[in-house]
Design a protein around this ligand. Sequence first.
Ligand SMILES: [Ca+2]
Ligand SMILES: [Ca+2]
Ligand SMILES: [Ca+2]
Ligand SMILES: [Zn+2]
Length: 435
Amino acid sequence: DMMMQDSAYSMETRVEDTTISGSGHSSFLTGVHRDKHNVHGNSFGDANYQEYPYWFDLLKYERPEMHTAAYHNWLPMADAALDFSVCGYCVDMYVTGSDDSIASRLATDLGTKQMDAVTIVIDAPDAAGHGYGYHPSIPQYVAAMNQSDAWLGMMMDAIFARTNYAEEDWMVIISSDHAGSGYGHGSNIPEHREVPLIIWGADSPGTIWPAPDAVDIVPTALHHMGVEVRPEWGLDGRAVGLEPTGPPDAELGVNLVFNGDAELERGYWPSGQDASIPGWTDNGTLTTWEYGAPTYMLMDDPGPSDRGLNYFGGGTSASSMYQDIDLSAIQSDIQNGNITYSLTAFIGGYSTQDDRMEVLIEFFDSSGNLLHSGGIGPLYADDRNNTTGIFLRADIGEVPQSTAYVRVTLNAYLSYGMNDAYADDVSLVLERGTV
Ligand SMILES: [Ca+2]
Ligand SMILES: [Ca+2]
Ligand SMILES: [Ca+2]
Ligand SMILES: [Zn+2]
């Protein structure tokens, strides 16, 4: 609680869809998703840490004088990523042992050593979750959390007590590789996939919006160390906590859908890998795919001319996602009446398959009562003459005068194999005038 006051944070930080330690640690310590670091579980034989190294390697590339130290309880990932063959001299000190011993050792080292960049990985909450259950009603789980909090307090006290603390500028980033439910984790579900991220010492305290991703941790740390991220490193995240963030105020005449073009983060080559899509409540396999993969959508298939690099695809199963758009900034315009909405999107699918996309719109008052609903699609194979591609569809109507917020939902229905329900350029514009 002491730390939250001075932190940028999100309790809905998105982690890798595998929600397993090898993948998760790799993503938050290298700053790239699993198709790049190539760790899809807890085996490291094919890890691509050569190309996407432990973040110390990037730091040392720019600032070789920096002292780096890693304290790990869970060793498989660290052993592989800190090995000399891939990391060279990237780590000055690599300490292993129990949670208690590495936390104590770090507290001691913070009092006596040059310390520029430090990583510590604690296992207690995960072990308690597996043993007794991941839930705040489980005393052993709560005890493991409190113990971790005590270790953190001990390390923070050691930072505050440093001789040069007044001249130093510490940032402390706290997160997790995955969450859990029951006695485990490993599913692509929000209960496993959404974790806290707390950045103490960030430029701008407060909620981080849209929800950040585990791959944002490395760029955030590097930014704090004064290191500019090089494009050739291929990092997937961005530095967060630098400025106040929140949903933009609604306006008439502009597209109100956030990240409706699937371009905010990079897309994946179609596979089982699932993006957690920023700005949307994405609880399933709907994902961002990159144009150009054979047997999916190509750059020259029918679709928008300003299609960018990515589109939304259904993923591996039937799925949906939505976003709620707050209209309070234009409340008086809406109350005066004569406001028209225009919902548009390119939707479609693959060849003769009936995987199909639907975009729904629902208007609610401030008590959550549904006032009006509309939408476009779903678009069946017949509706697009069995052509692979996406096609512009629109729903235009009147905005009810007591509308407080509007929900836009993408429903991706699966018919065959991978879910080839596609969409791009989802847009909602409110304007003065009648239909
Ligand atoms: Ca796009
Ligand atoms: Ca998803
Ligand atoms: Ca399909
Ligand atoms: Zn675990």
